[in-house]
Design a protein around this ligand. Structure first.
Ligand SMILES: [Fe+2]
Length: 577
């Protein structure tokens, strides 16, 4: 049989990205922000596509299918009905139309980006509805033959929430909640009010929530009304996004969002916090209440889905599926006994979803690929790395794998901060041991050291632990593997003093379990650290300084030199300051 090449793209939407599969095998996937060096870059992902094609060794003319994770024709009747009933502003309508024109014709965009002759392209082009792409991204690369699927985010193709069931190569949608009712937008609006206005800032608010008490849960229950059937409705008086349009500036840069909360929101909670103003107990309590409300609404959705499908496995995607605090509660607190969340659960992941939606659901080809590791991005050869180091006149040692793990573990155990750059770059927002900064989790002051020297993050935000898979039960209250750092578990009370730098204020940690087969080099580093210290855990934070995670050796070296990192391991090359 001839080979089938499928390119999936997320374009003209936050987190532009590309993914390429060959006969169902994932060849490459990456976010455009890593190449452009602008966070959540939105536009047409030309560089990510070029990378995917190069990894596959093909030209665009050899692609059989190309899909984009938007379908402007989806829910047209509902959009019209909404426009008639609500009379959205003219600028909102103009913006929507312009965006729809762009996503309607991915063929033209591809031809323009790569200066192609459209007549020579043999690929079939597909518009895949946004939330179907999310759902496909979670289910088709999961290990489950059958599963319930839930996608929750801000909004895509007029839908905020979609659920259904996956069986083999088929994905059936059984329900959805439409714009403007969106849990993602509630979280975004409250985050804006709390003084975190940037796209993607919701994760900071999730980190703030454990400092507060849910004192405003009753107020939030008026804003988000959970229904008897497990769905939810918003009281739109607290918002302006349905009228003003949740306006985002999309193309050629970081997405920017206008304020979504209304005067009634301000009447209820008080004046919004300015981003540079101090955080008070009240802000912490509002964050805690918001998180509690999100969990209440999501539990209702998840439990409904379990009742409706009778499935024991759950696959989740959408931006809200990155709420690791909630995700960690699903297995203990619902009838589901298995869970899968793909590392790029946010919009970037829809590029992957498009590929597998086409391969399985459209073409009916059998499933065989399971995503067990997130390492789908670029990797670099030793001669490229040596040249990059030589260009800056940096002296280095060259070690073998075991020697590097031992030396690196000594550096970390000695209290120094290590840049760790290995193999292929991660897919999704988390660094998972290939573009990571590693430090000693036993030192209570390590969080402040990292913030002062490298990361400059808000002091309330936690750092995450990477733990050997075989030791997870010795340190955490759950043992279900989480290779993608998408769930928060409780650190066992007797171990909290052992790993204070990665234990959050509420005694939890957003862990990564490290499997020897999935990442042998990272496993070897943590195992060497365990041999030295008795602790099979390291602190893992992304390799960057207020920028997208580094992609190339040059970017890693520049970050190393610019910040007060002590050592840098790039493949087998070790540099120490
Ligand atoms: Fe989305």
């Amino acid at each position: 049989m001839p080979r089938v090449y499928i390119l999936g793209i997320n374009a003209h939407h936050a987190g532009a990205s590309a993914c390429l599969i060959r006969d169902g095998e994932l060849i490459a996937a990456a976010e455009e922000e890593r190449f452009r060096r602008i966070k959540y870059w939105a536009g047409f992902p030309r560089l990510a596509i070029a990378f995917c094609l190069a990894e596959a060794g093909i030209t665009p003319y050899e692609l059989d299918h190309v899909g984009i994770s938007r379908n402007p024709n989806a829910n047209l009747l509902k959009k019209v009905a909404f426009a008639l009933a609500r009379r959205p502003s003219a600028s909102m309508i103009r913006q929507r139309l312009a965006n729809a024109m762009q996503v309607r014709n991915p063929k033209a965009a591809l031809c323009e980006a790569f200066e192609l002759d459209p007549k020579r392209l043999r690929a079939r082009f597909h518009n895949i509805e946004h939330h179907r792409a999310h759902m496909a991204s979670a289910f088709f690369v999961s290990p489950f033959p059958e599963a319930a699927i839930l996608s929750v985010d801000g909004m895509g193709d007029f839908v905020s929430t979609m659920w259904g069931i996956g069986r083999g190569t088929q994905l059936d949608v059984t329900g959805e909640i439409n714009f403007p009712h969106s849990l993602g937008f509630v979280y975004t609006a409250a985050s804006q009010w709390l003084g975190f206005p940037k796209y993607g800032d919701e994760g900071k608010v999730m980190g703030l929530a454990p400092y507060g008490r849910p004192a405003y849960l009753e107020e939030f229950r008026k804003i988000v009304r959970v229904q008897r059937d497990g769905t939810f409705e918003l009281d739109l008086d607290y918002f302006v996004h349905h009228a003003a349009g949740a306006s985002m500036t999309f193309d050629e840069g970081s997405p920017e969002i206008e304020a979504m909360y209304s005067n009634k929101f301000i009447d209820t909670f008080g004046e919004a916090r300015r981003p540079d103003a101090p955080l008070t107990e009240k802000h912490q309590d509002v964050a805690a209440s918001l998180q509690a409300m999100l969990e209440e609404a999501e539990f209702a959705l998840v439990r409904r889905l379990q009742r409706e499908t009778g499935q024991s496995a759950l696959c989740m995607a959408g931006g809200v599926a990155l709420n690791s605090a909630f995700n960690g509660k699903i297995l203990p607190d619902t009838p589901f006994t298995d869970i899968y969340i793909q590392p790029a659960a946010n919009d970037a992941g829809t590029a992957l979803g498009v590929c597998y939606y086409i391969y399985h659901h459209v073409l009916g080809r059998p499933r065989r690929y399971v995503m067990t590791a997130a390492y789908t991005g670029p990797r670099y050869r030793d001669d490229e790395i040596a040249q990059a180091l030589d260009r800056r006149g940096l002296a280095y040692d060259r070690l073998d794998g075991a020697g590097l793990a031992r030396r690196a573990a000594q550096i970390v155990a000695g209290g120094d901060v290590l840049g760790w750059f290995q193999g292929r770059m991660e897919w999704g927002p988390r660094a998972l041991g290939n573009r990571s900064i590693i430090a000693d989790p036993r030192r209570a002051d390590m969080k402040d050291i990292l913030n002062a020297r490298i990361k400059h993050r808000e002091p309330f935000r936690p750092f995450a632990p990477s733990v050997l898979l075989e030791a997870v039960g010795d340190y955490f209250d759950q043992t279900y593997p989480d290779p993608f750092m998408v769930k928060v578990y409780h650190v066992l009370p007797e171990q909290r003093a052992q790993i204070p730098a990665v234990t959050h204020v509420d005694g939890t940690g957003r862990l990564q379990t490290v499997d020897r087969d999935a990442n042998p080099r990272y496993w070897a580093l943590i195992a060497a650290f365990r041999d030295l210290t008795g602790v099979p855990v390291v602190l893992n934070t992304s390799f960057n300084e207020n920028e997208p995670i580094v992609c190339t050796p040059d970017e890693a070296i520049e970050c190393f030199l610019r910040t007060r990192m002590d050592a840098l391991a790039i493949e087998d090359f070790l540099v120490q300051k």
